[in-house]
Ligand binder design. Structure first.
Ligand code: DLL
Length: 443
């Protein structure tokens, strides 16, 4: 019976049942899970125990979902300060997977999963794929990066659990991606939207029209994109382009997904409880108003995360969804409340670049980051001011310095940036918060 459902294109997948829970049942489930996870964090994670005691709250004080606001927030700096394993609630032998993502400095942040956490992760990814109309029999090219990034393995196990055929090609090597897409009869692709635009453009150069291939869906996320990009992709490739959202700290991809009606991101809130708060005050904003998304993991065992400040700006959608799901939806995420930007799928904080620069002698802490996009591919240029003494050096000495900076950035970010040395006093000083990033990508 299940297989039959599984085979129906666009049909109901049994894993999606929680998407349609009647609201009283959903709220009841969320409250039970919230109380359990607050207790787990309180008892097993030193930082949470301390924070809750300091704010005079215990898990027993959570009597209703509204009481969540009594719990303290978690910030990315908390993951940094407890690096690497300080927020784990499970002993190491119960942890079967680690992933990592950018921190704000040279060190990444680390996240952990028990076997049950991985099952939950697969289940929310099955729900993601099913919501995008994929099913058993689909051939899914997974071009999210495999490795410490959660995109590759997260999508991989979800696609396998769906019963689809997965091609674990990972990111990069554009010509091979196009060859595989064509020769293997790929029906769906997972990657960042900007990389898919790059694939379309390269396809054109190679004389391959994606509209003539069996490809019919793109499962795009991990970076901000727009309706304009969606329209371009859908027209040029003849596919449906879906937005999926997630973050490592919460689980990875699988936190929220568009559905076949493409009318907002449905949050899998039976596992990830959403709030939207004013980024300055931390107070909840009225439904429908824009603010910062705050997420609480309701079931994650290895590393429960309470009220995580995502810095992603969005708003709850207040009209009912066209697809009949009862879960709350949010608008696509187009900007953030901090200075993080995402380039070629890698999250970057200017502070990381600063750390990389300061480790190289002869540079000043004056720099500017310029982002551009050529044929869907992000380019990053770092303009660095050098000291007056260094500036008088020979060309080859300056080239050596440039290479050292470039290596240092690559070591810190895992990303190759173009480095341009500029004369002393040419980078504008600002009085308030420096405008370090000039984003000219015109999404
Ligand atoms: O990007 C997880 C993911 C992988 C999501 C594959 C979707 C697909 P991180 O590397 O931790 O995790 O980056 C998380 O990326 O806080 C957002 O700022 C941004 N982001 C992720 N998805 C979207 C999206 C993965 N659909 C950070 N739209 C998040 C806009 C997104 N921004």
């Amino acid at each position: 019976m299940i297989e039959q459902w599984n085979d129906t294109p666009g049909g109901f997948h049994p894993a999606s049942a929680p998407d349609y829970l009647p609201l009283p049942q959903l709220r009841d489930l969320q409250l039970r899970r919230l109380r359990a996870i607050a207790a787990r964090a309180y008892e097993h994670v030193e930082l949470y125990g301390k924070r809750m005691r300091e704010s005079g709250v215990t898990p027993d004080d959570i009597q209703s979902l509204d009481d969540i606001v009594r719990l303290p927030f978690t910030q990315k700096t908390d993951l940094r300060d407890t690096y690497p394993f300080g927020l784990f609630a499970s002993p190491m032998p119960e942890i079967v997977r680690l992933h990592a993502s950018s921190g704000t400095t040279g060190k990444p942040i680390v996240v952990a999963y028990t076997r049950e956490d991985l099952q939950v992760w697969s289940s929310v990814m099955v729900r993601t794929f099913a919501a995008c109309g994929l099913h058993r029999g689909d051939i899914i090219q997974n071009a999210y990066g495999y490795g410490l990034f959660t995109g590759g393995l997260g999508a991989h196990y979800g696609a396998e659990a769906l019963g689809a055929t997965v091609i674990p090609i990972s990111g990069g090597n554009t010509d091979r991606q196009i060859m595989v897409m064509k020769d293997f009869g790929v029906t769906a692709i997972c990657c960042t939207p900007s990389y898919f635009i790059h694939l379309i453009d390269r396809g054109e150069e190679l004389g391959i029209d994606f509209r003539e291939l069996p490809l019919r869906a793109g499962i795009f996320g991990a970076e901000p994109w727009t309706e304009g990009m969606r329209q371009y992709i859908e027209k040029q490739a003849g596919i449906k382009a879906y937005d999926i959202y997630g973050l490592s700290e919460i689980i990875g991809p699988g936190v929220a997904s568009e559905t076949e009606t493409q009318d907002g991101l449905v949050i899998f809130e039976d596992h990830f409880y959403p709030e939207i708060v004013d980024p300055d005050t931390g107070k909840p904003v009225p439904d429908g108003q824009e603010g910062e998304l705050v997420l609480t993991t309701l079931s994650k065992w290895a590393m429960p995360v309470i009220r995580y400040r995502t810095h992603d700006i969005t708003a709850f959608i207040t009209t009912p969804s066209g697809c009949g799901r009862t879960l709350r939806r949010v608008h696509r995420v187009t900007h953030r409340s901090d200075d993080m930007f995402i380039i070629r799928g890698v999250n970057v904080f200017p502070s990381q670049i600063e750390v990389a620069l300061l480790s190289v002698e002869g540079t000043l802490p004056h720099y500017q980051i310029v982002l551009t996009r050529e044929k869907g591919l992000d380019q990053i240029e770092v303009r660095v001011e050098v000291t007056p003494e260094i500036f008088k050096d020979t060309i080859s000495a300056l080239e050596g310095l440039q290479a050292r900076i470039s290596h240092s950035i690559e070591r810190t970010l895992g990303l190759r940036a173009k480095v341009r040395l500029v004369e002393p006093n040419t980078i504008q000083r600002s009085e308030g918060k420096a405008r370090r990033v000039l984003d000219q990508r015109n999404l």
